[in-house]
Design a protein around this ligand. Structure first.
Ligand code: NCD
Ligand code: ZN
Length: 449
């Protein structure tokens, strides 16, 4: 039996921040009691904050497929360094995760390398059958992801953006009709259905060469996001499945999502630190590090998203950690690949934002409690309470951290938050009661309801 007793920290408890002792036995929290009331060999964490580990529900490990960008080892090392103790990996690895066999092989590969716990999203293709979705769910998928506008290259088993592919054999992207066809099965399975919400017809209509960042914004107007959300939500509402809108980037997108919720849709909203901290005004300084889909938009969008978060309309902050190599990011604006790493800076950037809003204790809701519910693991993770996994992050609220490429553990060092200075530092991180290290210890955490 291994036992730990944390004493002296201010702890994020289910009743709010509290001065309590936390006992951990064999990786599970067993007792949370007033400070000084528990006996045992204590770990003195005086003056620190003890928070539940973050669950980043939107990462791209690139493993298997593109090890030169990232793999499960480097991804989860970066996650662990930033207080992210569970990652849920997107299915656009190669082969893409469209069947139970591929999911099981990916789980085995991830288990051998992961320093933190993980879950896996499964891919919805336009050709997916209800049976395939059932077997993916039975194999432990966290949920399903539909990339509107992204077709499937059957030879390479890879997801490709259809409008940019010259492959005539590319399988058509999933569309609202796909969601409607699979809707009854998705509703009965009960897992969340995440969407990449940019309407392809609108993107095609407004497409123009990217010479300046203004061209990016003109090519991908916020209406592409709001229309995709409204249309997908109409299907979700009729069929009764849970729609999760990934990486909401615009005020309009947020408004459409909230409208759909008001109309009775089971819908959850995710945004990302880059949309909460950056705007088009940052492009001259950050360059293509900031290029991603959907794009970082205007200051008005940033303000609206912060307000949505403060109000609780947005329940999940995730990173869309999407590494590409320096060569791929260093091309001109038109040809640079979209996406940027971010898993390591999730927790601290959210603590800083929450502190600026007047309540730093909001941050664990956005990165831990909300995501645990989405991923169906809220009975094990996302809280500091008896019976929960001892996924714990010790934060020093008196030490500053500046995000620099030098400090990043991802294989790719750049990030959209480069240069941001926050008034917190990660002191140490525990995964199921064990200090995270350089050895694999991660397990798959399938949803349990
Ligand atoms: C993602 C990636 O690189 O995998 N990139 C991005 O800009 N978000 C793909 C995607 O989600 O579109
Ligand atoms: Zn993504």
């Amino acid at each position: 039996m291994t036992e730990l007793l944390f004493r002296g920290a201010t702890v994020y408890t289910t009743q709010g921040p509290g001065d309590v002792d936390v006992r951990v036995v064999d990786g599970v929290i067993t007792e949370v009691e007033p400070r000084g009331s528990l006996r045992g060999r204590t770990v003195d964490v005086s003056g620190k904050w003890l928070l539940p580990g973050a669950i980043d529900v939107h990462v791209h490990s690139r493993d298997p497929g593109f090890p030169e960008k990232e793999d499960f080892g480097s991804l989860t090392e970066a996650a662990a360094a930033g207080g992210v103790t569970t990652v849920i990996d997107m299915p656009n690895t190669v082969p893409a995760v469209d069947s139970a066999g591929v999911l099981e092989a990916k789980a085995a590969l991830a288990r051998a390398k992961a320093r933190v716990d993980f879950g896996l999203w499964a891919l919805i293709r336009s050709s997916s059958s209800p049976d395939q979705l059932q077997t993916l769910a039975a194999a432990g998928a966290t949920g399903f992801k539909a990339y509107l506008g992204y077709g499937f290259d059957g030879a390479r088993k890879q997801l490709l953006y259809a409008a940019e592919s010259d492959d005539p054999g590319l399988e058509a992207p999933p569309d609202y009709g796909t969601l409607a066809r699979l809707g009854p099965a998705l509703a009965s399975i009960g897992l969340p259905v995440a969407i990449h919400a940019e309407d392809p017809a609108i993107l095609n209509t407004f497409k123009r060469p990217y010479e300046t960042y203004a061209d990016v914004l003109a090519s991908r107007p916020p209406e592409a996001e709001s229309v995709a959300i409204s249309a997908s939500a109409a299907v979700a509402r009729q069929c009764g499945f849970h729609l999760h809108v990934a990486h909401v980037s615009s005020a309009r997108g947020l408004a459409s999502a909230e409208e759909a919720i008001a109309a009775g849709t089971r819908l959850t909203i995710e945004t990302c630190p880059q949309f909460l901290w950056r705007s088009d005004a940052d492009y001259p300084r950050l360059g293509n590090t900031m290029k991603m889909n959907p794009p970082v938009r205007t200051m008005a969008d940033q303000v609206a998203l912060r307000e949505g978060l403060r109000r609780g309309a947005i329940g999940v902050v995730a990173t869309d950690h999407a590494p590409h190599t320096d060569e791929e990011k260093g091309r001109d604006l038109e040809h640079a690949l979209p996406g940027t790493p971010g898993v390591q800076t999730l927790y601290l950037s959210c603590l800083e934002l929450a502190q600026q809003m007047g309540d730093p204790w909001l941050a664990p809701r956005w990165v831990s409690k909300g995501p645990a519910a989405l991923a169906g693991i809220a009975q094990r993770k996302g809280r500091i309470a008896p019976g929960y996994d001892a996924d714990l992050v010790l934060v020093d609220p008196k030490r500053f951290t500046t995000f620099t490429p030098h400090g990043m553990r991802s294989r790719q060092k750049h990030g959209a938050l480069d240069g941001l200075r926050v008034s917190f530092a990660i002191e140490s991180v525990y995964l199921r009661g064990v200090r995270v290290g350089t050895h694999a210890a991660g397990r798959m955490v399938p949803p349990t309801g």
